[in-house]
Design a protein around this ligand. Sequence first.
Ligand code: ATP
Length: 253
Amino acid sequence: MRISPRHPRYRSLTVRAGLAAAARSGLVVPEGLIAHGRGEAFDYLLGERTTPSARRAERVAARWIRAARHPVLSVNGNVAALAARDVAAVARAWPALRVEVNLFHRTADRAERIAAALERAGVRDVLGVRPSARIPGLPSDRSRVDREGIYRADVCVVPLEDGDRTAALRALGKRVIAIDLNPLSRTSRTADLPIVDELVRALSHLATDLKAGRGARATGRFPPFDAPAALAEALATIDRNLTRAAGLRTRRR
Ligand code: ATP
């Protein structure tokens, strides 16, 4: 079906059509489509733009990546389908950052498809296709990671991750930066640095901020970040948007 660019929700419909095609090709699992719907709902409530608080979180996240000795960006099927080019832009902006395929629903075939999609977009040396280590405390396939990637990482960027894995990474002493539109998710509440923003917007801001800091050396010094305050600000934005919408409805009656 052709989507008219004049449709008010053209972008959202185009993204959905792309994800549905990615599901048919085996890149995305059906559960990924449901997760996307949850994300869209929260984006709607947040106003479908980066809030000032999320932008501040992105700036600190870039500083953490720059300070890290082994930063890793974890990529699942939705991330590859929605933002392979943005992942490549982040990796180009900060070459020390490794990119690892990390799947909730892992099959060798899907891992290879996702790595191929990332390579087509320009990501080099994708990790995680043949995982060589395990994260303790997680069941079977969900624990499998790359020894050169997430296993040894000091900073992990986990977009669209689930809460269990976020908690397991933190238990290993890693600093976890989440990208998740739901400020109430276990991932957002567990991460050291939750970015409550849409994936493509967040990655493009990270690429800009990393590029601006190029040439800096890994210092191992991480500026502080107040995660509970960032989540409270996201909830306050939703609250304001809902209150405003409810007020408009009342006036119209
Ligand atoms: P948790 O275990 O953390 O509570 P969950 O069960 O709510 O997570 P999952 O399906 O594991 O959710 O992960 C998907 C998360 O990613 C959801 O919280 C959803 O809001 C978020 N999400 C989906 N699409 C996007 C997107 N494009 N940008 C940012 N976040 C997104």
